[in-house]
Design a protein around this ligand. Structure first.
Ligand SMILES: [Zn+2]
Length: 183
């Protein structure tokens, strides 16, 4: 069955036909199947691992910006080019436990992400959202993160047409190089 954001089953996930099929278009990103099918080690946290690495490795780890209490990184398995994730630095899956300061820093980075994406990629719109728990589609439920996904008119159609195309690491590096200096 096709999967929704971060791997949750989605019953109506057929690629949207050209013209949008008269309903709201879901992004359909088949290259994400590598991520969905890949090994999931519940003991490791990719966010904490990348944050613990030296800052010199931020480009290869796709970390765009480190705030005081939150950070932003590119999603290596994006729904659209420029798909950013913003997360608190602290390892927690409990949104209600976040302090006001942590929320404020995450909000600031989400605003920054919008500004940077507007400047670099000129999207027509955005989806911003969070999946809480695996049953809601979170691939990494133990470390909260918001998704910031730039959208373009007709991108669902585009995505379904180029659906066999993988997002190559070189493209991720190019996106990183465009966005990072703007933070
Ligand atoms: Zn973590």
């Amino acid at each position: 069955m096709p999967k929704d954001i971060e791997g949750a089953a989605r019953p109506d996930a057929a690629p949207v036909p050209a013209g949008g099929g008269g309903r709201t278009g879901y992004l359909w990103s088949p290259w994400r199947i590598d991520y969905i099918k890949g090994p999931h080690d519940d003991a490791a946290c990719i966010f904490c691992d990348k944050l613990a690495a030296p800052r010199s490795e931020d480009p290869s780890n796709l970390i765009l910006a480190r705030g005081e209490l939150a950070f932003a990184m590119l999603n290596a398995y994006p729904y659209n080019p420029g798909h950013i994730m913003v997360a608190p630095t602290r390892h927690t899956g409990d949104l209600e436990s976040l302090a006001r300061e942590e929320l404020a820093d995450a909000d600031r980075l989400m605003q920054e992400s919008l500004r940077v994406l507007r400047e670099a990629e000129a999207p027509h719109g955005f989806n911003i959202g969070m999946n809480l728990s695996r049953s809601a589609g979170a691939g990494i439920p133990d470390h909260l993160h918001w998704h910031v996904v730039p959208r373009w008119n007709g991108d669902t159609n585009f995505i379904s047409i180029v659906g066999e195309t993988r997002v190559l690491p070189e493209l991720l590096a190019e996106t990183y190089a465009r966005l990072q200096p703007l933070f």
